[in-house]
Each structure stands twice: as structure tokens, then as C-alpha cells.
Design a protein around this ligand. Structure first.
Ligand code: GDP
Ligand code: CA
Length: 327
């Protein structure tokens, strides 16, 4: 069984970790792992250069979460992290107060930057970094090209991370740009992972600046539309609000209501020219599932709060179940 996941950071990483637990239980390989093959295509629109190093927030959140090193409560970054280097940078007047670079995290960025400077593409670099963590998935950046999400505001255009972290998404966004996307191509393996998947999962990641960004890479949306396996998504909006973060600000900027059914309709059904076949909402949004079912969708409601790995495994099971692919 081959499964491909289109992921942002925290929501996608927690979902994928749950999926892997489910697969280890139901499709064990006899060696503590699973015989299912999981490929994760990660958003790299949040990537940025900072203090001369390349930071890839979503790839790192995935790597630390699936590698067992994530700061659990925070959802991103390393556990048992310290901030000595960033404090010392600040003493030179070079700190970026609104973006934290932990010391252990910095080692990842330094390693990545060194490999990039040697001329390796990001996908190869990511594979190298992932090897250290013995990741139970194939982790792919959406593209090897530098494509950065920028946010258009009345006070100018900002890098996504500046808008999200520094302004807490409170500065009204007029729209999002993918700087550099025109000439970008999917990273090696991305299109193949969609064409070869028995099922494609869209986790409860940010529909605009995580999944939307991946779909913006030329060729990806078409490949998803043509994928032979069913495509099933899980709503990141529960009871009319994001579970964590400010996805509502992103949805508002593109004119989509912060509502589980509205997000599904924004993605659209493949039979109508969209990218999904089925949509799982939270129990709190059971009316949204009914509304979508009446409109011809394959939709259901289930608990979707990924409070721990077991809960996340049940969310993954419910998503697979919806398209008859639960192992
Ligand atoms: P980011 O890159 O770190 O922002 O992470 P993602 O894009 O992967 O996921 C962010 C989205 O995940 C947010 O919109 C949250 O509402 C959603 N999310 C986080 N935790 C949960 C959860 O436990 N259940 C559901 N349904 N959505 C969640
Ligand atoms: Ca992100």
C-alpha cells in the first residue's frame, strides 16, 4: 500500500505520525515498522534565509515530529532546546526578536545550508538530514526551487513568517503571493508519489498557506487531479475556528468562510474540477458533513482533535475509512 500526504507543519506532522501508528498496527512489517510506504510532500513556502542559513519550518516540524524529537507542547522545534546562540546574536544587534532559532534547531539549518552551498538540491539535502532521524517516511519538499509565500498588506508585502510570527496574522492580508513559483517545478518524486499512490491524504493542514501553496507549484494540481487513487481530506477547521494558529485570517484573505464545509468547497471535488474526493469533518461540524453529503460529496463526521498519537491514528483511520482504504 502506498500513501501520499500533502503536508504543512504541525497539523500535517501530527496527522502523519498518527497515520504511521495506524499502519504499524494494521500493516506491520514484523520489524516494528509498517510495510505500507508513506511519502510526505511538504510545503516549503514558509522557508526563509535568516542569519545566512536556510530555515525550512514545515520540513523541520515534520522531521522532528516523525523522528521523535519534537517539542511536544509547542508542536514545532526540538525538545530540550536552548537559545544561547540567538541571545548572543542579539548582543551584536543582529537578533531577529520575532523569530526564534534554538541552538539544536540551528544545527539543522547549518547542516542544510552547508549541503545546499555544495550544490545539492533541497530534496537531496532533506534526504540526507532525514537519514539521521531514520524517518519512517519518504520526506519530499514540494519543490527544489526557492518559492516563498509573501503576504500583501496595506503596509507592504511581507514574508509569510514575518506576517504570521511577528504580526500574529493580525495585519489584514489582502492576498498571498508565491514568489518564484512561475519557474518552479515539483521536486523529483512528487508527481510520481501522486501517480503511484493507492490513496492521497490531505491532512488538517492550513488550506491556504500549506496545502494551497503545494498545489500552486506548476504541475502538482494537475497531477493530483489525475491521481488514480482516491483523495481524502480532513478539516483543519473545527466548530468554525482553527484548532491552533490563525488559519481563519488566511481563509478570510482569500474570501473563504472559516467553516468546515466552506473549506471543502474551496478545495472542490475532483468530479467538479477540484482536488478532493472525500472530506472528513469533526463531530462538532456534523451539519457540515450532512450539507456536503446532500451536495453529492463523500463526507463524514468523526472526532478529529489530535490530542495524542492514538487520537491522531483514529483520525487517519476515519479518513481512510471514508474512501474504503482503511487497512
Ligand atoms: P503549520 O504549517 O505549522 O501551520 O501546520 P499545518 O498547516 O500543517 O496545520 C495547521 C492547521 O492544523 C491549522 O489550521 C489547525 O487548525 C489545524 N490543526 C491543528 N491541530 C489540529 C487537530 O488536532 N485537529 C484538526 N482537525 N486540525 C488541527
Ligand atoms: Ca507552515
Amino acid at each position: 500500500m502506498r500513501i501520499t500526504v500533502l503536508s504543512g507543519g504541525v497539523g500535517g506532522a501530527r496527522f502523519t505520525r498518527g497515520l504511521l501508528r495506524l499502519l504499524r498496527e494494521r500493516l506491520p512489517d514484523g520489524d516494528g515498522g509498517t510495510r505500507a510506504r508513506v511519502t510526505v510532500v511538504a510545503n516549503t513556502g514558509d522557508d526563509l534565509w535568516l542569519h545566512g542559513v536556510r530555515v525550512c519550518p514545515d520540513l523541520d516540524t515534520l522531521m522532528y515530529t516523525l523522528g521523535g524529537a519534537v517539542h511536544e507542547e509547542q508542536g514545532w522545534g526540538r525538545r530540550e532546546e536552548s537559545r544561547r546562540v540567538s541571545r548572543d546574536l542579539a548582543a551584536y544587534g543582529l537578533g531577529w526578536e520575532w523569530f526564534t532559532l534554538g541552538d539544536l534547531d540551528l544545527a539543522t539549518h547549518l547542516a542544510r545550508t552547508e549541503l545546499l552551498r555544495r550544490g545539492e538540491p533541497l530534496s537531496a539535502v532533506t534526504r540526507r538530514l532525514a537519514r539521521r532521524w531514520s524517518l519512517p517516511v519518504e520526506l519530499l519538499p514540494m519543490t527544489d526551487d526557492e518559492v516563498e509565500t509573501h503576504v500583501v498588506t496595506d503596509e507592504g508585502t511581507l514574508h509569510f513568517e514575518e506576517w504570521w510570527v511577528r504580526h500574529r496574522a493580525a495585519l489584514p492580508a489582502r492576498g498571498f503571493l508565491q514568489a518564484g513559483v512561475e519557474g518552479a517545478s515539483p521536486a523529483p518524486g512528487v508527481l510520481e508519489a501522486l501517480a503511484g499512490a493507492d490513496v492521497v491524504l490531505v491532512p488538517p493542514s492550513n488550506p491556504v498557506v500549506s496545502v494551497g501553496t503545494i498545489l500552486g507549484v506548476p504541475g502538482v494540481r494537475d497531477a493530483l487531479r489525475a491521481a488514480p487513487g482516491p483523495v481524502v481530506g480532513v478539516s483543519p477547521i473545527v466548530g468554525g475556528a482553527p484548532v491552533r494558529g490563525m488559519a481563519d485570517a488566511c481563509l478570510t484573505a482569500i474570501g473563504v468562510a472559516t467553516d468546515a464545509a466552506a473549506v471543502a468547497e474551496h478545495y472542490g471535488r475532483r468530479v467538479d474540477g477540484g482536488v478532493l474526493d472525500a472530506w472528513l469533518v469533526d463531530d462538532a461540524d456534523a451539519p457540515a458533513a450532512r450539507h456536503l453529503s446532500e451536495a453529492g460529496w463523500t463526507a463524514a463526521a468523526a472526532p478529529t482533535l489530535m490530542t495524542d498519537e492514538d487520537a491522531a491514528a483514529r483520525v487517519a483511520a476515519a479518513a481512510l475509512d471514508l474512501v474504503g482504504r482503511a487497512p
